[in-house]
Design a protein around this ligand. Structure first.
Ligand code: ATP
Length: 234
């Protein structure tokens, strides 16, 4: 589904990603792990088209993405939930969900799609008319994920979804990722909580200083305390 070869990325003159190679098959949950500053967020942003300077090849469903604007990548079936959730102040949960459909060809079925996504996220179903920013951090994170899922993306990229969220909601959220996978959604996950992430992932790539230093099945990595200690904040 997604093939990344020799991806390089820069912030100004700073060469942050160097020759990254990553492959994700349809229906997989793939996790990017590595210490702060390793390049995980930059990799997601490069895939989504949010950086000014990238080189290499990023092929999604057979189409080259580099050079395409972010909105076209979205239209192709990519979704991205950034670490800062970007919940819109002054709007209700329902209105925030509607924003996920703004650029979508499915906009006509709006009410049906909002009901459908709310049924998967019971916490949101109970709060559709509540002002979104009055919800807890975890509920807002659920909303950000639901808003990305409402357009039925083929691949969803999640940046640190558990950050700052109470454990009971984190468990609920990770159960949801399993359910998304069961429905055929492909997931690229960046997560500091390595044990939790590897528990649901199929495979993982370890990044360090802007390069891939290791890749393995999630099961192998879970058992590899040396790699985890060397490259992850565990
Ligand atoms: P974290 O878990 O801390 O978010 P990360 O693995 O996601 O880490 P990135 O955010 O991708 O790491 O950062 C990779 C490198 O790029 C770091 O050295 C960081 O300082 C640098 N960087 C990130 N954003 C910018 C920016 N907007 N301008 C310049 N340098 C940046």
């Amino acid at each position: 589904m997604l093939q990344i070869s020799n991806l390089n990325a820069w912030y100004g003159a700073s060469h942050v990603l160097q020759d990254i190679d990553i492959e994700i098959a349809k229906g997989e949950i793939v996790c990017l792990i590595g210490r702060n500053g390793a390049g995980k967020t930059t990799t997601l942003k490069s895939i989504m088209g949010l950086l000014d300077k990238t080189r290499g090849a990023v092929t999604f469903k057979g189409k080259e993405l580099l050079g395409q604007p972010a909105h076209l990548r979205f239209a192709l079936g990519l979704a991205y939930v950034p670490e800062e959730r970007r919940i819109v102040q002054g709007l209700s949960v329902r209105e925030n969900l509607r924003l996920g459909l703004v650029a979508s060809p499915q906009k006509k079925r709006e009410a049906e799609l909002i009901d459908g996504i709310a049924s998967i996220f019971p916490r949101l179903a109970e709060r559709l008319d509540q002002e979104a920013v009055t919800m807890s951090g975890g509920e807002q994170q659920m909303l950000a994920i639901a808003r990305a899922m409402i357009s039925k993306p083929d691949l969803i990229m999640l940046d640190e979804p558990s950050e700052g969220i109470m454990p009971v909601l984190v468990d609920e959220m990770f159960e949801l990722f399993r359910a998304m996978k069961a429905q055929g959604t492909t997931v690229l996950l960046v997560e500091q909580n390595v044990e939790l992430a590897l528990d649901i992932a199929d495979r993982a790539y370890v990044l360090d200083q802007g390069t891939v230093v290791h890749q393995a099945s999630a099961r192998e990595l879970l058992a590899d305390s040396e790699i985890k200690e060397r490259y992850c904040s565990v």
